[in-house]
Design a protein around this ligand. Structure first.
Ligand code: SF4
Length: 482
């Protein structure tokens, strides 16, 4: 079931606390915060869907909610810290209203459930990554006064697509989670231990869910999984990502279909051919390469070489000229020397990715790499990350500057949180929340519609532009390009 209501985004730092209220016989409103990636957001939507189905109402006001829900990310240490800070912020609201229930869900719980229950007695219920559909039922169970927090961790689960889902994205955008878990064994990553092995969802239920989303008015559908290109590989004879994309692209209603989190070694000619022949599928590829030196890639367990990365990029650019390329890389992996790092920096320069995420290596207990040396001093790793960002900033600056004066299709997203006089939108080359945006300074914007925008100025990672009204499109201004 897919509904398209719009929860109001709320910044936790601006929450007002309220006076104690009368005790409710049963909690009825839920305020939620979803941390981490869009995959986590889908899990939050499933929890909220189950709750609304059971009679709860979603609220954007934490201080008035009967239930506070945090869906955590916990795959690296900074994410764990952010999650704990968020839990503590929400727990403060319970000081005045002890009857409020606080539920913590997700990766952090899967990783540290028992320890959290000891350290955070303010939390009523901890649930792992396999308990989302059961939340409403768990909350309905009677709890004795003063009872210790309950920790619930069910066996591996994969979203079936029939669960109710309460959308937490704007009405024109939705994520489709096509698989759960991961079948790779990257030596720095805890995801397979937290989320389990790869479990692809049946193609039929995905197509059904996509049809429902299109019928509900979604214009941009974004396919997500830990590795979208692994879709179907856990089921011999099962259709893979190319087949799924072909079916989803045939659904009327979507204007843009985007793919995130692909594995550089799995961008197959078949996948590229499907992307090239379906105008609804954006020529946008997100391929986290992680590094650019063969020795580091081997120690990371990535299963490809620098040459493979260059070949993949070459194939993409040949089949999809002008394709947008996004990647993420890591600085400071154990044993990374200056020579290794330079190879990575050179690769970033050579390829010229449109978008680059740079992360500092984080030694996570339970991963192979955490025990390896020699460790790269933190200061050194930070310096390397800064150098990579500086290289990328120059690439982006030149790319965005070249766009000034051109006319682009922009998906209008709404009023900018920074000013009521600005609208924001995104071009096909910009994925939500990670790739920058277009600030619209003039014209009549229709939220959720794709409109022509003339780009007028480049900022470090964003652009400014004006909506071109009907009839204006043929006119040319001084310096304007096609
Ligand atoms: S492919 Fe991604 S999610 Fe899977 S183990 Fe490697 S880094 Fe982790």
């Amino acid at each position: 079931m897919v509904g398209r209501a719009h929860p109001t985004p709320v910044d936790i730092k601006t929450l007002k606390t309220s006076k104690p209220r009368t005790r409710h016989p049963a909690p009825k409103t839920v305020f939620s915060i979803s941390l981490g990636c869009p995959k986590n957001l889908v899990d939050t939507e499933i929890m909220l869907g189950g709750l609304t189905n059971a009679g709860w109402e979603v609220t954007g006001e934490a201080a008035a909610a009967d239930l506070l829900l945090v869906n955590t990310c916990g795959f690296i240490e900074p994410a764990c810290k952010e999650a704990v800070d968020t839990i503590l912020d929400l727990a403060r609201l319970k000081q005045d209203r002890p009857e409020v229930r606080l539920v913590v869900a997700g990766c952090l719980v899967q990783r540290y459930g028992a320890e959290l229950a000891k350290d955070l007695p303010e939390v009523d219920l901890f649930i792992g990554v396999n308990d989302f559909p059961a939340l409403a039922e768990l909350l309905a169970r009677p709890v004795a006064d003063g009872a210790a927090p309950l920790v619930h961790q069910a066996p591996p689960y994969a979203y079936a697509g029939v669960e109710p889902r309460y959308p937490a994205t704007p009405h024109h955008l939705a994520y489709l989670k096509i698989a759960e878990g991961c079948g790779h064994g990257c030596t720095f990553c805890l995801i397979p231990q937290i989320r389990g092995k790869l479990r692809s969802r049946p193609l039929k239920t995905l197509v059904q869910e996509a049809e429902n989303l299109a019928a509900a008015g979604v214009k941009e559908l974004i396919l997500v999984a830990q590795d979208t290109t692994a879709y179907g590989r856990d089921k011999p004879g099962h259709p893979g990502l190319a087949a799924l994309l072909r079916e989803v692209a045939a659904i009327d209603g979507f204007r843009w279909i985007r793919l995130l989190y692909g594995h550089p070694a799995r961008i197959t000619p078949e996948l590229l051919a499907v992307m090239a022949t379906n105008p609804r599928i954006l020529p946008y590829l997100d391929i986290p390469i992680q590094h650019g030196h063969d020795e580091v890639l081997r120690r990371m367990g990535r299963g490809y070489t620098r040459r493979d990365i260059l070949d993949t990029v070459g194939r993409i650019r040949k089949t999809l000229p002008g394709a947008t390329l996004r990647t993420t890389v890591m600085a400071g992996f154990p044993g990374e020397t200056e020579v290794h790092f330079q190879a990575l920096a050179d690769l970033i320069t050579e390829v010229g990715f449109d978008h680059l995420g740079v992360f500092l290596y984080s030694p996570e207990a339970g991963t192979k790499a955490a025990a390896w040396g020699p460790k790269v001093p933190r200061r050194e790793a930070r310096g390397r990350a800064r150098s990579l960002k500086a290289i990328q900033a120059k690439i982006v600056k030149a790319r965005l500057k070249a766009l000034v004066g051109t006319l682009q299709e922009v998906l209008v997203e709404g009023v900018s949180p920074e000013s009521d006089y600005l609208l924001t939108g995104r071009m096909a080359s910009q994925a939500p929340d990670i790739d920058g945006q277009v600030y619209i300074t003039a014209g009549t914007g229709l939220v959720g519609e794709i409109q022509p925008v003339r780009l007028t100025r480049a900022l470090p990672y964003d652009l400014l532009g004006e909506i071109v009204e009907a009839g204006e499109k043929g006119k040319r201004r001084k310096g304007e390009k096609d």
